[in-house]
Design a protein around this ligand. Structure first.
Ligand code: UT7
Length: 326
């Protein structure tokens, strides 16, 4: 695992000077204390991804020229085109890799991981990097108190390679429902509503979220899909070493763990430090907990996000994380 978090930290005290909120409300309703924010003229998501990939290559002692493919999951690409994957590959020196982006919001990393693992399983490619990266601060409305405390910026990256020991992503179940778009979207900037002075004035280039509708859908779908994947693979709670849930709201994480009957100490949580980094939450959890992971550990990855998109994956961890301690 490689990762990058920008230096600037936006805490609840600073937020309470920007909108009518408090540390007490944010901690009790969401569970976030701080989030990292990327500052700097012209720096976009590829900057976050580039540094996560360089961290990964250095840690794993991998030659950038050996990478076949890089898939970047993001909803905050630097530009519509070229893809952020291509920009990251260029900046990190992956001269032999092709790349493309996957847009599945908070579920993007899992969707990309599933795609990449299929390329490995078929034998098509030998070394694939999956990046989850988002500069959410670029689309957050810092006058909307119901969404601005939630999001942060960051990137995580993982290297996939073949093995014959039954390790890796063993099963997954992914879902999409475009009907959810009405509750969570960014209206303008695409082909339906290209940027105009009006779209800017109307704040259509920011995240629109109906929090309660999204909350309810997240709680039921993340729990159900995790339970379905466990059941299909005959996994009981005792078999699971960690749940790796999308970090959107501490109450959603708790509800998902409860739905599958998992004790809290088996649930990866870092929302308090990093907030919701959209496509980066899953890889940032794996990176954060890496030193505690052992070869053969059974992980359930669970996500829900804009689209709507949601899913779960059954991952058998491939190495002793302590060997790569930071
Ligand atoms: O990762 C993408 C997927 N996104 C999610 O999973 C997010 C899901 N939704 C949520 O996490 C929650 O719905 C929110 C965190 C967005 C909001 O929490 P909530 O408990 O659903 O609050 P609410 O929207 O029902 O608002 C309750 C009250 C309202 O005041 P009144 O009308 O009861 O007087 C809001 O105006 O809390 C107020 N409020 C705030 N108060 C202080 C909303 N935001 C704030 C705030 N500080 N930041």
């Amino acid at each position: 695992m490689g990762a990058y978090l920008p230096d600037y930290i936006l805490d609840n005290f600073e937020l309470s000077k920007m909108v009518d909120t408090s540390d007490e409300w944010i901690m009790s309703r969401i569970g976030i204390k701080t989030r990292h924010i990327l500052k700097g003229e012209g720096l976009g998501t590829s900057y976050l991804g580039e540094h996560a990939v360089k961290d990964l290559l250095e840690k794993t002692n991998t030659d950038p020229l050996d990478i076949d493919l890089l898939i970047c999951a993001t909803v905050t690409p630097d530009m519509f085109f070229p893809s952020t994957a291509n920009l990251i590959s260029y900046k990190a020196g992956l001269k032999n890799a092709f790349g493309y982006d996957i847009s599945a919001a908070c579920s993007g990393f899992l969707f990309a991981l599933v795609t990449a693992s299929k390329f490995i399983e078929t034998g098509a490619y030998k070394k694939i990097i999956v990046v989850g990266a988002d500069k959410m601060s670029s689309i957050v409305d810092y006058e909307d108190r119901s969404t601005c405390p939630i999001f942060g910026d960051g990137a995580g990256a993982v290297l996939l390679e073949p093995n014959t020991e039954g390790l890796g992503l063993l099963d997954s179940e992914l879902h999409s429902d475009g009907g959810g778009a009405q509750h969570l979207h960014m209206k303008a900037g695409g082909s339906a509503y290209p940027a105009t002075i009006e779209t800017v004035k109307n704040k259509w280039h920011h995240i629109y979220q109906e929090g309660q509708a999204v909350f309810k859908a997240a709680v039921s779908n993340m729990g159900d899909v995790s339970a379905a994947v466990m059941e299909r693979n005959n996994l009981t709670i005792d078999d699971i070493d960690f749940l790796v849930p999308h970090q959107a709201n501490m109450r959603i994480i708790d509800a998902t763990a409860k739905r599958i009957g998992l004790p809290k100490d088996k649930c990866m949580v870092n929302i308090e430090k990093f907030g919701n980094t959209t496509a980066a939450t899953l890889p940032l959890c794996l990176w954060d907990y890496e030193s505690r992971l052992k070869k053969g550990d059974n992980l359930i990855l669970a996500t829900f996000g804009g689209g709507y998109t949601w899913g779960a994956g059954y991952l058998k961890w491939a190495y002793d994380g302590g060997d790569f301690s930071r």
